[in-house]
Design a protein around this ligand. Structure first.
Ligand code: SF4
Length: 163
């Protein structure tokens, strides 16, 4: 199947770049990946504090149903450096291939930038203003974090979507 092959080729391409990463860059990648995971988990916790799961269940997770192909080479690098088992996408339902039966196949700390930084009005309206500011501050830090990881691969190949 075309999408499965694209996925496998994309994963293999980034894994090859990761394997060739010199030790000095690998030593820089580790703390950057850890910081990225922690920041994403913190953003998810912030949204969860206003019962995001209930709001998402109520609307049917429309953002995930229409979102697609957000997972990038940088996201895969965080899996690789963490030695985390990679999920298996689903290409059989016409929806986001990373959407499982009930929820995203990707744990919050590894979720793509577009997914972890999106909060709909339903959720944002429930958050105190200082928490909204904190959320968008973390979004800016996360964007910088992506750039720092991508810069370890000056010849490119990790910044774009895998699909
Ligand atoms: S990757 Fe996960 S959070 Fe992002 S659109 Fe797909 S299912 Fe939703």
């Amino acid at each position: 199947m075309e999408w499965e092959r694209k996925w496998q080729d994309g994963v293999a391409g980034v894994a090859a770049l990761f394997d060739k990463l010199p030790p000095a860059e690998l030593a820089r990648l580790r703390p950057l990946a850890l910081a990225m995971r922690r920041r994403k988990e913190e953003m998810q916790e912030l949204a969860s504090a206003v019962d995001a799961a209930t709001h998402c269940a109520g609307c049917g997770g429309a953002c995930c149903v229409s979102g697609k192909y957000h997972f990038t080479g940088v996201d895969l690098l965080v899996f690789l450096v963490s030695r985390e088992h990679l999920f298996v996408p689903r290409f059989d339902n016409g929806l986001c291939p990373y959407l499982g039966d009930a929820r995203c196949l990707i744990a919050a700390g590894y979720r793509p930038f577009n997914c972890i930084t999106f909060i709909c009005d339903l959720i944002e309206d429930q958050l105190p203003r200082d928490q909204v500011s904190r959320f968008y501050q973390m979004e800016r830090e996360l964007r910088k974090n992506y750039g720092e990881i991508a810069s370890l691969f000056p010849s490119g190949g990790v910044a774009g979507s895998l699909l």
